[in-house]
Design a protein around this ligand. Structure first.
Ligand SMILES: *Cc1c(COP(=O)(O)O)cnc(C)c1O
Length: 427
């Protein structure tokens, strides 16, 4: 007998804290028991009872080629037969670093990690080591993994230092992180005036994906580059989502702004646990062993992870033209969805950039966390469950991005619109 999702979640809860290994998977913000995945192929994901869904989560971004791409699977299998971990350098790591640094010119040196969290954590430590300063700036609604210094909520007012985003984070540490509104150059200027010689780093998602998709407004990132350069502050672009998502390179290439350090993850691991930190040679070489800022990892640059990452990046490089078709499909989908929402008299604001989008249940515009939070999350939950019933797999939270892959087709878009239309009728 096939166990139901309910059975599986109950069993998981008896041995796993909260039944999941990452909180969003528990569906707390949409309600109900999470659907357990069994396998996936291309644009489709299958649950433990055999139901097929069109997947717009794609493991939260990494599966840009679609699930179980044959070349990626072959590369992993081949690597596996040669041994799964050595704790010694391998040529695959050099190949991976070359692919990354050739695609993103600001990255002159790379260090591989096992997660995006580690990349961001190391970026902050390195910026502090490099500048000899303590304070950092992040932006409300941006997520950089769950490291203490970056899991911080805004204090009240622009120049009030941050408060812990979770119990267990010391206030003393939270006070070193300033959290500012996204897309607000004057808040930035004020903060730099107030803490001129104290700011080690500014870390930003150059396109925000973790409050739902929020696109940087004209001049915001440029102002950020100017202020950080003038003040000797390290500018960190967290491109864990945006790296290789829009074309073969980083979002920084598209806008012509070079950060000092870049965090990568998700896509570059091809579905295996990977992160990377890269940037200017003179900063990166301050990491041990050439420098004295410590960073390490037993499984960093792991041969299976490198094989999946290299295979993924090579296919992306080769099939670069597919980025345009993927973006065009997303454009068409979002335009048609906008019409459906309007036709049903439901307020919806769709933020889209290339193949990445969020439907916010509100009039909009959504330019920062405060505006994102005006969304009707109850309505989102009903929409989510309606779409799921119609076999569309969306993120179980209003404040997440949806993604397309190279494997999504025009027929997938039609089925999605049909599901959307059915869902809206019963909303
Ligand atoms: C997912 C994400 C991270 C964290 O990566 P993990 O691999 O989950 O640790 C960091 N920054 C951004 C922008 C992300 O989306």
């Amino acid at each position: 007998m096939t166990p139901t999702n309910e059975n599986l979640f109950e069993a998981a809860g008896r041995v796993i804290a909260g039944g999941v290994n990452s909180p969003v998977r528990a569906w707390k913000s949409v309600g109900g028991d999470p659907v357990f995945a069994s396998h996936a192929k291309g644009s489709r994901i299958y649950d433990s009872t055999g139901k097929e869904y069109i997947d717009y989560v794609l493991s939260w971004g990494p599966m840009i080629l679609g699930h179980a791409h044959p070349d990626v699977i072959d590369a992993i299998c081949q690597a596996t037969r040669h041994g799964t971990s050595f704790g010694a350098p391998t040529d695959a790591e050099t190949q991976m670093a070359k692919l990354i640094s050739e695609a993103i010119p600001s990255i002159q040196r790379v260090r591989m990690t096992s997660s995006g969290t580690e990349a961001a954590m190391t970026a902050v430590r390195l910026a502090r080591g490099h500048t000899g300063r303590k304070k950092i700036i992040k932006f409300d609604g941006c997520y950089h993994g769950h490291t203490d210094s970056l899991l911080i909520k805004a204090g009240s007012g622009v120049t009030t230092l941050g408060i812990p985003g979770s119990p267990g984070i010391p206030e003393e540490l939270a006070k070193l992180t300033l959290s500012l509104p996204y897309n607000d150059p004057s808040a930035l200027e004020e903060a730099f005036q107030c803490y001129t010689d104290q700011l080690a780093a500014v870390i930003v998602e150059p396109v925000a994906g973790n409050m739902g998709v929020v696109v940087p407004q004209e001049g915001f990132l440029k102002k950020l580059r100017e202020l950080t350069s003038e003040n000797g502050t390290v500018l960190i672009f967290d491109e864990v989502i945006t790296g290789f998502r829009f074309f073969f390179g980083g979002y920084q290439n598209l806008i012509g702004i070079e950060p000092d350090l870049t965090c990568l993850g998700k896509i570059i691991g091809g579905g295996l646990p990977v992160g990377a930190l890269g940037g200017k040679k003179e900063i990166m070489e301050q990491l041990a062993p050439t420098g004295d800022v410590y960073q390490a990892g037993t499984l960093s640059g792991n041969p299976l992870a490198m094989s999946a990452g290299i295979a993924t990046l090579k296919i992306l490089q080769w099939k670069a033209a597919s980025y345009k078709s993927m973006s065009d499909l997303a454009d068409g989908l979002c335009q048609e969805m906008e019409k459906l929402f309007a036709g049903h008299g439901i307020a919806a604001c769709i933020n889209r950039i290339y193949s990445m989008f969020t439907v916010f249940f509100q009039e909009g515009p959504v330019n920062d966390l405060n505006s994102a939070l005006k969304s009707d999350t109850g309505l989102y939950a009903r929409y989510f469950h309606g779409m799921l019933k119609n076999r569309i797999w969306l993120a179980p939270s209003q404040f997440e991005a949806g993604f397309l892959s190279f494997a999504h087709t025009a027929e997938d878009m039609e089925r999605t619109l049909d599901a959307c239309s059915k869902t809206l009728k019963n909303l």
